[in-house]
Design a protein around this ligand. Sequence first.
Ligand SMILES: [Zn+2]
Ligand SMILES: [Zn+2]
Length: 213
Amino acid sequence: MGENGVGRKQSGQTWQRFVTDLVIELCNEQGARSFSRQTLLAGKAEAIKKFSPDAQTPEQTISRVLQELRDKDIIGFSERGIYTLLKPAILDGELPDSIQLLAQDRGTHKVEYIHETYARNRGWVLAAKEKYGCQCLYPKCENGFNKPDGSPYIEVHHIIPLFEGGEDSLWNLVTVCAHHHKMAHFAEVPVQNRLRDVFLGIVERGDYDPVRD
Ligand SMILES: [Zn+2]
Ligand SMILES: [Zn+2]
């Protein structure tokens, strides 16, 4: 843990603030916003122990605080036992500072678009690229282009946005060209809905065929 880690007990620091920082730190480290209670407890056992050496049942306290954070919509929870960090909209290190400032003034949807676009090197983004390659999954799309180094340019999109309960999981991610990505976020609502249905159909069929599509 670095010197900015949240493992140090600070006088007056509440459990809620502590657990929030812990979750943000975990998500930054793993490069994904989804986590299980077990991942948090196992990955941050040392920090929890340091924060409250005398706690008899820290697991129960953490569970209670996670519930409080759900009530405040700071984290979401799926039936499959997966928590998703909803706030902040952008994690540390995902954006250059100047863009982070810009993003604060924007609506949630735009923030999420920026978050996705600039988080290309994170684990789940790489997993989506590995699965789908560098091809836009919109049927028959021919908008691809290459970067100066000759490698294809591609973006990764959350089909169901995080703030609507989507996850940083492979089932919720598609590779898209810049044009279809912007359409998915900024087009008229019926067009956005159609794109969402198309992408959901592709990931749910599980039979993506780059030649046919
Ligand atoms: Zn997107
Ligand atoms: Zn496309």
